[in-house]
Write a protein that binds this ligand. Structure first.
Ligand SMILES: [Cu+2]
Length: 356
């Protein structure tokens, strides 16, 4: 009877401590709001784990502290403790129960993963490209335009087909819960079904170099009508053939274009590379001690062979070395789509000339 009393007290203390700890986790380990259909089963998994962690911690700590205080040796008791030689039932129990629990969590996790990654009806594809240190998004089913913001319709499963230009990046919007790496030379996919309209921040979750922390993009979730209106506005953008070289140059500089914006500001602000404000005609000191006047050939060389002349105070090997290929591929794409020859480097030079 006396032994039973200890059991009941310990069970009640364990239960109280479990509930208390779980409540504490809700405060100190709070998750951001859940804004995607995928977040719901993931949050259920988190919830299950939090309960399990709270229970196991309580079970061990309550029993240990209870024994320490309640079964403390009286001051005058110098006798030996009882001789105990194991307990087979207990040992089998504490082997089997945790095994079943761990396997159960494993199965639950596998089912959830399969559930949130499997194809859904009426999906929409968005292509995502990560490069140091900008995101860009293309909409192949809506007219194949590119955007520096990720705009999504609510309540529709989006398949993100993702790749990286340079190093590994990682797509992460905490409110959507799911996360996936972008790997150069390979396509990875991620499915998201946004469940509420709003604005979110996409962060790169893989340390990817100097400006990793600035690799952020806006995600806007719109209702169906709002999304269609945005798509129409994007598609109404003029063809490259109808734009002035200066306007095209500004476009190439942006994240939708070639992403020069990641390193080159237009307003004199310091960056990873020199600002383009007042660049044309500037006397530029080079790392090797020489000086050049920034003109068409210097800019051209700087783009297609960045390490040929390093501007003083800046580092080599930061500017992507593959712009010659990227630009040739883009020019070919535009030739195929619009039947015109665009000279992207000339556009960039025309744009830089406007930045007094
Ligand atoms: Cu990154």
């Amino acid at each position: 009877m006396r032994r039973f009393r200890h059991f009941i007290i310990v069970a009640v203390l364990v239960a109280l401590s479990t509930v208390g700890l779980r409540a504490l986790f809700s405060v100190i380990l709070a998750l951001p709001r859940a804004s995607s259909a995928e977040a719901i089963p993931i949050d259920a998994l988190f919830n299950g784990h939090y309960w399990m962690i709270a229970f196991l911690f309580s079970l061990i700590m309550v029993m240990m502290l209870y024994a320490l205080f309640v079964f403390r040796r009286p001051a005058d008791d110098d006798s030996d403790g009882p001789y105990i030689h194991g307990n087979t039932v207990l040992e089998i129990g504490w082997t089997i129960v945790p095994t079943v629990v761990v396997l159960g969590f494993g199965v639950w996790g596998a089912i959830t993963l399969n559930d949130i990654t499997s194809p859904k009806p009426n999906e929409m594809t968005v292509n995502v490209t990560g490069q140091q240190w900008v995101w860009s998004f293309a909409y192949p089913e809506q007219g194949d335009f590119a955007s520096s913001e990720l705009v999504l319709p609510v309540d529709r499963t989006i398949v993100l087909k993702m790749t990286a230009e340079d190093v590994i990046h990682s797509f992460w919007v905490p409110e959507f819960r799911v996360k996936q790496d972008l790997v150069p030379g390979r396509e990875t996919t991620l499915r998201i079904t946004p469940t509420e309209a709003g604005e979110f921040a996409l962060r790169c979750a893989e340390i990817c170099g100097l400006n990793h922390t600035q690799m952020v993009a806006t995600v806007r979730v719109l209702d169906a009508a709002g999304f269609q209106a945005w798509v129409d506005a994007e598609n109404a953008a003029p063809a490259f053939a109808d734009m002035t070289p200066e306007d095209r140059g500004a476009f190439w500089h942006s994240a939708e274009g070639l992403g020069c914006v990641a390193c080159h500001s237009l307003d004199g602000a310091p960056g990873v590379g020199p600002t383009w404000q007042g660049l044309y005609g500037r006397q530029e000191e080079l790392e090797d001690g020489g000086t050049v006047t920034v003109d068409d050939p210097y800019i051209t060389t700087s783009i297609i062979d960045p390490n040929a002349q390093i501007t003083a105070g800046y580092l080599p090997n930061l500017m992507p070395q593959n712009y010659a290929d990227q630009i040739a591929a883009l020019e070919q794409e535009i030739q195929a789509a619009e039947g015109v020859d665009i000279d992207i480097i000339a556009d960039l030079i025309a744009f830089i000339k406007t930045l007094e």
